[in-house]
Structure formats: structure tokens, C-alpha cells
Design a protein around this ligand. Structure first.
Ligand code: ADP
Ligand code: MG
Length: 454
């Protein structure tokens, strides 16, 4: 029996979890869950989709058992319902007849006319440095690699150029090939798929190509954005996709945009949204430094910590550029027989550095700007005062911090005079809701933003 209300029990669990996971993970997996009251003694949770339920049970059973009621058998006394309006089946109806049984092993030699991308041996999970901006997507990728077709299907990874999409895709491929040798894993670029289609259409060997693709266990498709405005190919791709998903075969897709922003048919977009859509963000400064050090080590270079910071501060939105920077710097210092110093960095990398568009925004600068706009003192904003005159601007500052600074909730909240991350999250939610409706608040926030970015 619950002694507390279900809502309180859940809130306590959330408080605990928020201390133990990243902000991104919290927002993606925990924040969308609602408690349904009045369902008797057990706890009933409303989840937006089946994956959230699965994720919770797969990863947090032990923690749940610490807080939630248990049945006499020791199992969790917990039920789930799907959010209204989302009660669609996860898998599509079988629109495509099941494929024929797999013929020979998957190999480009046996299947001329079928492109395959060799996996980059460096692109492994071990070599992928984790930080708040990519933790979630990395754990999703590892989940798929560990249990192909049993965790999230399809897995759709999207994010900007050079942020590690291809790296994660290949990492999944390596892992499955090592741990699940029987599975037929095939990795292609979207361009490669289209070229194959063209060739096989020309050679009247479409049946062979279809048979090949439909006999795979894991299909990895890089850069699906290149399927945009290729109408004829889109349909064939969609058929292949459905056929594999219908047989519970794993698909992983990368893209520079989320599915909804791709200029593809509704059918295709819906298919890609069936599973899990995960964003790969720009790594924060500490993560960039860690990536840089890791890459340098692999190349046998020793970059002093201070220099690594200096580079990572100036190259911030593309990991590939960071790597290019190390190569150039290493070559220069070797040729000239000099040490890697800030001076050498300035000489070799200055044109790579991004000065103008970037301005470091800190919690301090946000507090200052908000204090000016609302006519309060920075020290009040950091204090524990709960009077409305202070509490409201403080919440606005918290909202701006979460919106404008790419850092963990934990670190952001501690910059507000030691507030907890759940206070910050609560403030962010409240203000985000209010901004939608309140024109004058929106203007104040825009003003603060412009001040900060100027
Ligand atoms: P994308 O496909 O998103 O354009 P890539 O996967 O090709 O980007 O990554 C570009 C380069 O950056 C690769 O060398 C990759 O190893 C590296 N990289 C990106 N993110 C990370 C990370 N978190 N840890 C280590 N290396 C990374
Ligand atoms: Mg790529």
C-alpha cells in the first residue's frame, strides 16, 4: 500500500533520479511521464510511448524499487498507460509481404552492384567521448547495439555537421559484428543506396537488390537527408524500410535534421518517427577538451591542458574541425621542431578560430542582465528570498540559463547560489509556459537575450 500520494511518491523518485542522471536524459525520459491518480494502491504512470516505459524498466528498476510500492511478490506495483492519442501500434501493419529467407552471406563481392561502406575502425564506442550533449544518444546507440531490434527501432540520430553521427553509427556496427557474429549488418550512405538503385534498375537486377536488402538483420543508413527530393528512390527506400521493420530487423538512420524537418513524404517521416529520435548536440567546453586530448593521444601528440582549453574555447561547434586543428598543429610543431604552445596555436590555427559569432554567456552575465531589466540586485537573485519581486526575476534568469548555456542542470543550478536542479527545471518549465501567453514577458526576455548576445 502507498502511504504517500502517488504523486508524492513519484516526485520523490524524480528528485532522486535528477541527481543521478544528465539533464538531457532527465528531459527525454523522465519529464514526459505523468502520474494518473485514482488507480488504487499501485502507481500508474502515463507515458508518451512504449519506449519510455521500456527505458524506465530496463535501466531504473533498482532505483524504482527504492521508492515505489512493491507487490507481496517483491515486484514493482506499477502500471503504465499510453498517453491519449498516442495509442497507435508501434509496428506498422504488414504492408509488404515477408521477404524470402536469406540466401548467402552478406558480402559486396557476392553481390556486385551493392555498395557497402567499410566501418571506420576508429569509430568505436570506446573512442566516443561522452558529455551532457551526447550522453543520451550514446546510451541509445549502445542500447541498440546490445539488443538489436529489441530496444529502439528504428533509431534515428540527428545533429549538425561533424558532431559524431557517423562515428556512432559505425560504433553500433562494430559492436554488433563483434558480439553477434551471426547477424548480417550492412552500412550504406544514402547516396550509395541511390546509386545502387540506379545501377540495378539499369541492369534489370532489382529483384536481386531487393532480396539482398530484405535479408539483412541490421541496416545502417548514413545521411538520410540526401533522400530529399529524390521521389522515385524514396518510395523504394520506404518499401525496404517497412519490409525490414516488419520482420523486426534493426534500422539505424542518421540525418542532419529531425524527421519532421526533412522534405520527405509523410509516410517516410512517420516511419522514421516510429522508434526513437535522438539528437546529438554540440559538446560543451569540458567535453571538447576531453575529445581533443583523446584524439591527440591517439596521434601520439601531447597537448598541454592549457593549450587544449585554448583551442576548444575557439573551435566550438564542430568536432571534425577540432581534429583538423590537432593535425595541423601537430604537423607544424613537428616540422619546426617546436613545442606545442599557445603561440604555436595562434600561428597555425587562427583562421580556424571562431571569434565573432561566439560570445561566452555565463550565469553571472545573465543575472546581471535580468537584474537590470527587473530593477533588482544580483545578490537578491542569488539569495534565498522568496518574495515575488525577487523570485520571479530569478526564475526568468534560470530559464535563460537553461536556454542559453549548454551545461548540466547541476552546474547551472549551483551557480544560482546553490539551488537544486529541480528548482531550476521547475522555473524553466513555468517561464517557458508563461512566455507563450504573456507578450510583455516575452519582450523582457527578448531584451535580455539581445543584451547578452550583443
Ligand atoms: P557527422 O557524421 O555528425 O558529420 P562524424 O561522425 O563524421 O560527424 O564525426 C566527425 C569527427 O569527429 C570524427 O572524427 C569523430 O570521430 C569525431 N567525433 C565527434 N564526436 C566525437 C566524440 N564525442 N568523441 C570523439 N570523437 C568525436
Ligand atoms: Mg557523417
Amino acid at each position: 500500500m502507498l502511504t504517500k500520494s502517488p504523486q508524492n511518491t513519484w516526485s520523490e523518485f524524480l528528485e532522486f533520479i535528477a541527481e543521478h542522471c544528465s539533464a538531457t536524459e532527465y528531459e527525454n525520459w523522465f519529464a514526459p511521464i505523468r502520474v494518473i491518480e485514482g488507480k488504487g494502491p499501485s502507481l500508474c504512470l502515463e507515458v508518451p510511448n512504449i519506449f519510455v516505459q521500456q527505458y524506465l524498466l530496463d535501466n531504473y528498476k533498482k532505483e524504482l524499487a527504492l521508492f515505489l510500492p512493491l507487490k507481496p511478490s517483491g515486484e514493482l506495483d506499477l502500471t503504465f498507460v499510453l498517453e491519449e492519442g498516442k495509442k497507435k501500434p508501434v509496428l506498422p501493419p504488414a504492408a509488404v509481404p515477408p521477404a524470402e529467407p536469406a540466401p548467402a552471406p552478406a558480402s559486396a563481392e557476392i553481390y556486385p552492384g551493392i555498395a557497402e561502406i567499410a566501418l571506420n575502425p576508429q569509430y568505436t564506442f570506446d573512442n566516443f567521448i561522452e558529455g551532457p550533449a551526447n550522453q543520451f544518444v550514446k546510451s541509445a546507440a549502445m542500447g541498440v547495439a546490445a539488443r538489436p531490434s529489441k530496444s529502439y527501432n528504428p533509431l534515428f540520430i540527428h545533429g549538425g555537421v561533424g558532431l559524431g553521427k557517423t562515428h556512432l553509427l559505425h560504433a553500433i556496427g562494430h559492436y554488433i559484428r563483434q558480439h553477434n557474429k551471426k547477424l548480417r549488418v550492412h552500412c550504406i550512405t544514402t547516396e550509395g543506396f541511390i546509386n545502387d538503385l540506379v545501377d540495378n534498375l539499369r541492369n534489370k537486377s532489382m529483384d536481386k537488390m531487393k532480396r539482398f536488402y530484405r535479408s539483412l538483420d541490421v541496416l545502417m543508413v548514413d545521411d538520410i537527408q540526401f533522400l530529399q527530393s529524390r521521389l522515385n528512390f524514396e518510395e523504394e527506400f520506404c518499401n525496404t524500410f517497412e519490409s525490414l521493420i516488419n520482420q523486426s530487423k534493426q534500422i539505424i538512420i542518421t540525418s542532419d535534421k529531425p524527421p519532421g524537418q526533412l522534405k520527405l513524404s509523410e509516410r517516410m517521416v512517420a516511419r522514421m518517427e516510429w522508434g526513437l529520435v535522438a539528437n546529438i548536440g554540440i559538446p560543451d567546453l569540458e567535453t571538447r577538451v576531453a575529445i581533443l586530448q583523446h584524439k591527440a593521444e591517439q596521434k601520439g601528440l601531447r597537448i598541454p591542458h592549457k593549450v587544449a582549453f585554448f583551442i576548444a574555447e575557439h573551435i566550438f561547434n564542430n568536432v571534425r574541425q577540432l581534429e583538423g586543428a590537432i593535425n595541423r598543429l601537430g604537423a607544424y610543431c613537428r616540422l619546426m621542431g617546436i613545442d606545442i604552445t599557445e603561440e604555436a596555436v595562434e600561428k597555425t590555427l587562427s583562421e580556424l578560430f571562431q571569434y565573432s559569432s561566439h560570445k561566452k554567456i555565463s550565469v553571472e552575465s545573465i543575472l546581471k542582465s535580468v537584474a537590470t531589466i527587473f530593477g533588482v540586485r544580483v545578490s537578491d537573485l542569488k539569495s534565498t528570498s522568496r518574495t515575488k519581486d525577487v523570485a520571479f526575476p530569478r526564475q526568468v534568469a534560470m530559464y535563460l540559463a537553461k536556454e542559453m548555456i549548454n551545461d548540466s542542470l547541476m552546474r547551472l543550478s549551483s551557480a544560482f547560489g546553490g539551488k537544486t536542479h529541480s528548482t531550476l527545471l521547475h522555473a524553466w518549465k513555468k517561464i517557458a509556459g508563461q512566455v507563450e501567453k504573456d507578450e510583455s514577458l516575452r519582450r523582457q526576455i527578448d531584451l535580455a537575450r539581445r543584451n547578452l548576445e550583443a
